[in-house]
Design a protein around this ligand. Structure first.
Ligand code: HAM
Length: 440
C-alpha cells in the first residue's frame, strides 16, 4: 500500500456539504421559478468548448482567465468561463425558423482562473437569462426585471441592492462628441469600466495614456465626476446620438417604473461592462452598501450571433452569479434550514419485530413519506434519541402486539403524545402526512 496522503481542495473551488447545497438548491429553485414566471425555457450546453469561441469575442480579461488546454485529439479547448458564447453558438446553428423572440435561460457552472477573493472564485454558477431576436428596449427592460425579481425572490429588497444602468451607445456618442477618435473607444471603455476602483487621478492618467487630446480627457474626467443624466443632457443638448441614447434609457426606465421596479434603478455612466460584445443598454446589480463585487451583469449584444456564424439577431441578457448572492443571503440570515428531517422513524422493540418494521418503512416510502430507522440493534430509548437527532416528526414504535395487529404506536416527536393506530390508517393518510419534511 502506498503511504497515506492528504489532498486539499483546489483554491477557488468549493465543496458543497448539505448546508451549502441546501442554499445552492434554494437559489437555483428561486431562479428557475422566476425565469419560468417570465416565460423563459431552460437549456444547457457542454462545459468544454473550442478555445476560439472565447478569443476576441469575450474580451481580453476573460481570455487571460481561461482554463485552456490541448485535448488528446490535439484540439485547443477551454472550460466555459461564461455562457453567452455557447448560447450564440447553439442558436447560430438552429435559430432560423424558430419563433422570435427566443427566451432561454440556463444555470451553468463556469470556470475562470481569477485571483480568489470575497465574492470571486475559480468556479461559480450563473443564472443566464437572454432574449434573442428582439431589438426594442422592452426586451432590455424585461431581462432587467427578471434579474431584479430573481434577487427579490430570495428575500432581498430595495434597501439591499440596486441596478446600475447605462448604454454603451451613450458612452461612445459622448466620447465622439468629446473628441475621442473611434480607434480609442475600446481603450476608453476599459478605463471607464475600472473608474470606480481606480479613482479620479488614475482614471485621468489612464485616459491620457490612450493619447486623447487634453480637452477630451478634461471633458471625460468632468463627466465621470458628475455623470448624472441631466448633466449629460445639458452638456450635449445639440448632439443627436447622445440625446437618442438618453431617450432610449428614459423609455427603459419608464417601462420598469410601470412594473413597480423603478426604485431599483440608478443611471451610472461608469457602467460599461468588461466584455467586448456589448452594443447597447448595459447594467449591473450591486449590494447597496457597496461592499461586494457585482451580483449580476448583462446587457445588449446585437452582433454576437452573426460573429459566430449565425443569422444577424439582436440579443440582450444577463448573468447572475451564486457567490456574491450567497454572501448577501448569509449576511442577512436568509438561508434555508438544512438540518436533517424525516416524516417517520420506525423503532422496533426487539429483533423479532424487525421484519414488520422494515416492511412498514417500505410501504410508507412507497406512499411518498420519508422514513428512517436504526441500522443497528438498540434499545427503544436509544432509538428514540436517534429519531430526535434525525429530525423525525413522528416515531412509529412496533412491539410484539403492534406487529401481530399490523399496527404501530405513533409518537408525535414534538409533543410526546402517542396513540396506537393501524398501519393502513397511516398509509391512507389519516394521520396528516409530513412529506415535505421539516423539523419536528
Ligand atoms: P460577467 O459580468 O462576466 O458577465 O459575469 C456575470 C456575473 O457572474 C457577475 O456579476 C458575478 O456575479 C458572477 N461572476 C463572474 N465571475 C465570477 C467569479 N470568478 N466568481 C464568482 N462569481 C463570478 C457574463 O458572464 C456575461 N456572459 C453575462 C451575460 C449573459 N450577458 C448577456 N447575457
Amino acid at each position: 500500500m502506498p503511504a497515506a496522503r492528504s489532498f486539499s481542495r483546489l483554491p477557488g473551488f468549493r465543496d458543497f456539504a448539505p448546508a451549502d447545497l441546501a442554499l445552492r438548491s434554494h437559489v437555483f429553485d428561486t431562479w428557475r421559478r422566476v425565469a419560468r414566471g417570465y416565460g423563459f425555457t431552460e437549456y444547457d450546453g457542454p462545459p468544454l468548448e473550442p478555445l476560439g469561441l472565447y478569443v476576441e469575442k469575450s474580451g481580453e480579461e476573460i481570455v487571460e482567465q481561461l482554463y485552456a488546454f490541448t485535448d488528446k485529439g490535439g484540439r485547443q479547448v477551454a472550460l466555459r468561463p461564461e455562457m453567452t458564447p455557447t448560447l450564440a453558438r447553439m442558436l447560430a446553428g438552429r435559430s432560423r425558423g424558430m419563433p422570435k423572440p427566443i427566451r432561454w435561460f440556463s444555470i451553468p457552472q463556469l470556470f475562470r482562473y481569477e485571483r480568489s477573493q470575497r465574492g470571486r472564485l475559480r468556479e461559480h454558477f450563473q443564472l443566464n437569462v437572454d432574449i434573442v431576436g428582439e431589438a426594442g428596449v422592452a426586451a432590455d427592460a424585461e431581462v432587467l426585471a427578471v434579474a431584479i425579481d430573481a434577487v427579490r425572490g430570495l428575500g432581498l429588497g430595495e434597501e439591499d441592492f440596486v441596478a446600475r444602468v447605462n448604454d454603451r451607445r451613450l458612452v461612445t456618442a459622448v466620447l465622439s462628441a468629446a473628441g475621442a477618435p473611434g480607434g480609442a473607444h475600446a481603450g476608453c471603455l476599459a478605463v471607464i469600466d475600472k473608474a470606480d476602483r481606480a479613482g479620479p487621478e488614475r482614471t485621468r492618467a489612464g485616459l491620457g495614456a490612450l493619447g486623447l487630446p487634453a480637452r477630451t480627457v478634461g471633458i471625460m474626467a468632468e463627466i465621470l465626476a458628475d455623470g448624472s443624466r441631466d448633466h449629460l443632457a445639458h452638456l450635449f443638448r445639440g448632439t443627436a446620438p447622445v440625446t437618442d441614447a438618453l431617450r432610449s434609457l428614459d423609455e427603459h426606465r419608464s417601462i420598469l417604473d410601470s412594473m413597480g421596479l423603478g426604485a431599483y434603478l440608478r443611471f451610472d455612466f461608469k457602467v460599461v461592462r468588461g466584455l467586448a460584445y456589448y452594443t447597447g443598454i448595459v447594467f449591473e446589480l450591486f449590494d447597496r452598501a457597496g461592499e461586494l463585487r457585482a451580483i449580476c451583469g448583462g446587457g445588449r449584444y446585437d452582433r454576437l450571433l452573426e460573429l459566430v456564424g449565425g443569422e444577424p439577431l439582436p440579443a440582450t441578457g444577463f448573468g447572475m452569479g451564486d457567490v456574491v448572492l450567497g454572501e448577501l443571503l448569509r449576511d442577512r440570515g436568509l438561508v434555508p434550514d438544512a438540518s436533517p428531517s424525516c416524516d417517520y422513524y420506525v423503532i422496533w422493540v426487539g429483533p423479532d419485530q424487525r421484519p414488520a418494521g422494515l416492511e412498514t418503512g417500505r410501504r410508507l416510502r412507497a406512499a411518498g413519506h420519508s422514513v428512517m430507522y436504526s441500522l443497528k440493534s438498540q434499545g427503544v430509548g436509544k432509538q428514540l434519541r436517534a429519531a430526535g437527532r434525525a429530525g423525525a416528526r413522528r416515531a412509529l414504535i412496533i412491539g410484539p402486539d403492534e406487529a401481530a395487529a399490523a399496527a404501530a404506536t405513533v409518537r408525535d416527536m414534538r409533543t410526546g403524545s402517542q396513540e396506537t393506530r393501524p398501519l393502513q390508517s397511516l398509509l391512507d393518510g389519516e394521520i396528516p402526512s409530513c412529506a415535505t419534511g421539516g423539523k419536528p
